[in-house]
Structures are given as structure tokens and as C-alpha cells.
Design a protein around this ligand. Structure first.
Ligand SMILES: [Zn+2]
Length: 319
């Protein structure tokens, strides 16, 4: 299905640093004694937030939510070492190990998708591409950094160990811009992302090193929200593919199951649709297809809620 583009969500995000943040990078300043040993990641001298770190943070949060539902079907541990699914809570089971145990040739994409856990279906694994991508986040204002010092404590004497003293750099204040895209998603996946993004918007996620000592709290604002069906057009009150295949009424939100001709192969529900909030309407553009652009938080929340309802339904049906 990655060869198609049936639906696409694009979010422009502004990420603000709430608590001091450290994402370790290479030492770009050599043996400069005025610089701490551990420094923030930079490119060309500019501090930035790598997209892989941001995606990893979201994946970790999804894993936590999915594992709470119990069972390896919801979330594996990509670093796990077991290929048997029915072993405990899934923390040692790994989709990667499972597919590796099948040997060669590698199973077809449809089978890999069907057999992957819910987290991997969204974030991918070694055998399956991710549906979510996040670009590196670059500053849109001055980034203020500070050097901090840390020292180990002797557990017996209760004193600082002088030789263990080290310095590290943190971002104290900064605002960064990035773009998150979600492609070929089911409405359940849209809802799961909604839950995670809401937690990110309310500052409940932490990024980078030293999270247990209070570092890394960040917060995100959505500055642009668009959802589109690039190969669709509006025909009266109907949504249809450009080839004329009818999808359904244009007052519904559609997931990949309702849009893709490959849905059956991937075991996606053809009823992957839910009514749009009443005041929201699609527009059509010759370049971009059928699109929904949401300008404010109230509209965005209303749409996210549609996805969350679908996600909850999927969880209930899986029992
Ligand atoms: Zn997995």
C-alpha cells in the first residue's frame, strides 16, 4: 500500500522547550576547554531537534499506551529477542525477530502488515515502512543554551566523587519548527496519533537525555492542519476517485480501508469511515485533490475526536 497515496495528514508543528533539554550530539568544537564534554546536537553550528528523536518519542508513548492494553498484538518491543507472540506482555516479543524467524524469502508486504503489531503498523519495523514521518526541527528564534554540571555521589560516604565531575549543555529556551506527515492511515491510527499529539500539545512528553531528572519537557502547537485525498474529487455531495469509483458521501472522514483497492489484502475494514463534525467541509483543488484544512484548535479537536472514537471501537472489537 506504500506504493499508493490514498490519504495524507500534514501537521506543521512548533515545538517549544519547557524544561531544559539535551539531545546529545557529536562534539563539534574539538578540544575547546570552554565547551562541556556533552553537547547538544548541531548541524552547521545550529542546534536542532532530529526528526528521528521526535518520532522515537512518539513511538515510545504509543508503545506505552498499547502495552497497557496487554498482549503482543498491540505492541512489541523492537529491541526484544523473542519471536513467539504469546510470551508475557509483549515486552520481549519483537516483530523484527518474528519476521526474521520466517527466513527467506521475506513474506509479502500484505502478510507483514497483517502480522505486525499495532505500533509497528504505524511506526514501521525492519520489514515495514513507517506511515509517520517527522522532519528535523530547526529553530525559528534564538536558542538559549547553558552549561550544567553533574557529579556522582559515593553511596557509602554520601559525598561527591571529585573525579566524576562532568559538564553537559542543555537548551534552556527555544522554539523549533517541523512537519509531521501521516500517510495511508486507518481512522484508528489517526485516533491513536490524536491521543499522542494531545499529550504532546499539553506538555506531557519528554524528549532527549536526563528525563528521570526532570529534563526534556517539550510542548507542541499545531500551526497548520490539513488532511487530503490526493486521488479524489467531489461530485455533487459525493466523494469519488478520479477514475469515477464512488467512495461515499462527502460528509464523512475516510480511512485507508474505505479508499484503497488493496484494503482486502491488508485486512482493512471497507467501513473505515465516520461522519465529519457538522460544520466541517471538504474543498477541492486541481493540484491537491480533496482537502480539509482546519484553522483552529476547536475544529482540530472535533476531528481528532472522530478518530479517537474509531480507535476506541477497534480496541473494544479486538477483545
Ligand atoms: Zn511490532
Amino acid at each position: 500500500m506504500h506504493n499508493q497515496l490514498v490519504n495524507e495528514l500534514r501537521l506543521d508543528l512548533t515545538i517549544s522547550v519547557v524544561q531544559p533539554l539535551l539531545i546529545r550530539g557529536q562534539n563539534e568544537f574539538g578540544s575547546d576547554p570552554t565547551r562541556p564534554e556533552i553537547q547538544c546536537v548541531r548541524t552547521g553550528g545550529v542546534v536542532y531537534l532530529p526528526g528521528t528523536s521526535l518520532r522515537g518519542m512518539l513511538r515510545q508513548h504509543v508503545e506505552r499506551i498499547n502495552r497497557t492494553l496487554e498482549g503482543a498484538v498491540w505492541s512489541c518491543n523492537p529491541l526484544g529477542d523473542r519471536s513467539e507472540r504469546n510470551t508475557g506482555d509483549g515486552t520481549r516479543y519483537s516483530c523484527n525477530a518474528f519476521f526474521k524467524s520466517k527466513g527467506t524469502p521475506v513474506p509479502p508486504a500484505t502478510e507483514i502488515y497483517r502480522e505486525s503489531c499495532t505500533t509497528c503498523r504505524l511506526f514501521g519495523n525492519r520489514y515495514l515502512a513507517s506511515r509517520i514521518s517527522i522532519a528535523d526541527a530547526y529553530p525559528n528564534a534564538e536558542v538559549i543554551t547553558e552549561n550544567r554540571h553533574t557529579v556522582a555521589i559515593d553511596r557509602v560516604l554520601g559525598e561527591a566523587i571529585p573525579a566524576s565531575k562532568s559538564a553537559f549543555e542543555v537548551i534552556m529556551a527555544g522554539s523549533f519548527e517541523t512537519v509531521l506527515t501521516l500517510k495511508n492511515f486507518t481512522l484508528g491510527q489517526f485516533g491513536l496519533l490524536a491521543i499522542v499529539l494531545r499529550d504532546l500539545q499539553t506538555g506531557q512528553l519528554r524528549l532527549g537525555a536526563g528525563r528521570s531528572r526532570g529534563l526534556g519537557q517539550i510542548k507542541a502547537d499545531v500551526t497548520h492542519f490539513s488532511l487530503r485525498y490526493p486521488a479524489c474529487r467531489l461530485h455533487g455531495d459525493q466523494l469519488e476517485l478520479l477514475n469515477g469509483r464512488r467512495i461515499g458521501c462527502a460528509d464523512q472522514l475516510y480511512g485507508a480501508g474505505a479508499l484503497s483497492p488493496l484494503a482486502k489484502d491488508y485486512f482493512l475494514s471497507p467501513d473505515d469511515r465516520t461522519p465529519l463534525p457538522e460544520h466541517l467541509h471538504y474543498t477541492e483543488d486541481i493540484w491537491r485533490g480533496v482537502e480539509l484544512i482546519l484553522q483552529n484548535d476547536i475544529d482540530q479537536t472535533a476531528l481528532w475526536r472522530c478518530g479517537v472514537e474509531r480507535w476506541r471501537m477497534e480496541v473494544a472489537n479486538e477483545k
